[in-house]
Design a protein around this ligand. Sequence first.
Ligand code: C2E
Ligand code: MG
Ligand code: MG
Ligand code: MG
Length: 287
Amino acid sequence: KKDARARATLFHPDMKQSFERRQKLKADLRDAIARGELFLLFQPIVNIVSGRTRGFEALLRWHHPEFGLISPVEFIPIAEEDNQIVVIGRWVIAEACKQAALWPGDIFVSVNVSARQLADSGLATHFRDCLADNAVGYRRMTVEITESTLIENDDVALGVLHELRAMGCRIALDDFGTGYASLSYLRRFPFDKLKIDKSFLHGSAMAEDRAAIIGMICALAQRLGLEVVGEGIETEEQRLILAQTGCALGQGYLFDKPLSPLDGTARLMQEATVRGGMSLPKQPARA
Ligand code: C2E
Ligand code: MG
Ligand code: MG
Ligand code: MG
C-alpha cells in the first residue's frame, strides 16, 4: 500500500536498530545498579600551572553484559527519559562521597547533576546525608550543572541549588559557552566555578582568536568571583593559552584521563612524595 511504503521510507532499518538498542538499554538499566554494572571513574582537575591535583570529577560508566562499556553520552539521556536518572544519580552521589572520604581533606570531588535530578526536592538532603555519613566536609563537594539544566526547571532547580550552596557545597556551571544564554545565566545563580567547554579549545578558530575569547571569559569570571576550569586540555599549547589568560584549573588528557579510584589514589600518593614539585604530565593519556 502507498501508506505503508511512505511509513517504510520514514523508518529506516538502522533507525529500527537504534530504537531497539535504546529500548533494551532502558530496560537493562533498571537492574544495572543491583548487578554492579555501574561504576565511577575520577578525572583529576589540576592546578593549571603546577599540575598538582586539586580535585576529581566523578564520571559514570556502565559495563553492559552484552555491549561492553557504554558511554554516559548514550545512557544518561536514556536514564533521563523515564526518570531512572534520579535513582542512578543518588547512587553516584553516595559512591562519590565514599571515595572522597578516602582522599585528603583538601581534595574536592565534583559530581554531575542533570535537570531531572534537580526536580527532586530531596536532593540536597541526600547530598547532606551522604557527605555526613562519610564525614566528608560539605565544602569538598562540587555540583556540576549545565545551562540547559536551569532552562528546564527554573524555580525548583534554583531552590535545590540554593539549599546546596547554603550547606557549603560549591556549584559549577559545566560546558560553559555551549548553551544559548551563557552570559545571562551567570547572573541567574551565584556559581562558584565556571567550566569552559572544550569546544573553545578544539574549535576551528585561529589560536589568537581562541585565546582572545578565552581571555574574555576568564576576565569576566574573575570579576564575578568565579574560579575557572578549562576542560578538554589535550596539548601543551592549549594549556598555555588557558594558563596565560588566568584560568586557574585544568582538566584533560594532557594531565590525566578519567582514572579508577585506585589510580586516583596512586596519583595523589606520587604527588605527595614529589613534595610541592612540578609534576607536569609525562604522557598524554587516552581515555
Ligand atoms: P562533562 O561533565 O562535561 O565531562 C567531561 C567529559 O569530557 C567526560 O566525558 C571526559 O571523559 C571528557 N574528557 C576529559 N578530558 C578530555 C580531553 O582532554 N579531551 C576530550 N575530547 N574529552 C575529554 P564522559 O566521561 O564521556 O562524560 C560525558 C558526559 O556525560 C559528561 O560531560 C556529563 O555531562 C555526563 N555524565 C558523566 N557522568 C555523569 C553522571 O554521573 N551524572 C550525570 N547526570 N551526567 C554524567
Ligand atoms: Mg561535568
Ligand atoms: Mg563539561
Ligand atoms: Mg557535558
